[in-house]
Ligand binder design. Sequence first.
Ligand SMILES: [Fe+2]
Ligand SMILES: [Fe+2]
Length: 305
Amino acid sequence: MNKLEALAKILDPKEILEPKRKGNGALKKLLDKRLDELTVSSPSLDTPEILWGPERYGLDQSKIYQALSEEHKSMYLVRMSELNLALSAFIETSGHNYGAKMILLSETLEEKSTYALFASDEAVHLREFQNFMNFEYSLKTHHHPMLTPLAEVIKDGSKISLVFVIQVLLEGFGMGHYHGLRQTCLHKPLQDSYDQILKDEARHHGTGIILAKEELPTKQDQEQIFEYTRAFVLAMQSAHWLFETFDFVGESLSQSQRKQLWLELNFEKILATRLEKLKDMLQKVDSFNLLDRLEQDGVFKVQVD
Ligand SMILES: [Fe+2]
Ligand SMILES: [Fe+2]
């Protein structure tokens, strides 16, 4: 059995995203102390529950949102703030196992050290986010469709596929996403954390581009990169938090209200912009007609609700 197959056997998608959390204890104290030295934020019970306003999502332009009671508007924005932070926390958590797998698959000391530092960065990022999360979160309560292909690619992906899909595509996309969240965030300490995190993510993405350009993936790897990229793009398109959050606050939308909200938010344009960003990312490293194939497959066609 080669290394890759052996790793796929022991990696568990659930554990990649949601390892068991242990309460107090000596290790926790030590870890808290060390992370406190490395983070720019500190845990605080005073963090506002609403970290992004309606403008972040275009809801200020929506009659359907404006018609909610003040209480429901507030519940809506709290829920969206939680979803944003929880998604980041799951992604940073998965980065621990990503780093570990890449260390084990690397053959040179330079690569192993690079990925050891990556994993350390992700542990710091996770803590930055957790410092603002005064709520419980789990895959059951705060799921995002992108998390399923994320855990699968970390479990099964070959080294070069992981570089393409995680470092080039996801971290590149994540940078734009974090930047947008930073710009629209209402809480200065969280903005400071984003600034710090963004510097690291730029390095992770940049390293990915260098590594991706160094090597032409084999036919088999090209196939894997195609399949995972496809899965990610489709998952991203199927995420409809802004719609589901109406259900969450107990104001489920009818089919015609859904349509109206779609138009009010200009959701088709939002999706199209996201897809363009993904294409730009892939363009940087596409030496084997990946974009053409995805395009022919219809992956980049906006899926209208
Ligand atoms: Fe990170
Ligand atoms: Fe990263």
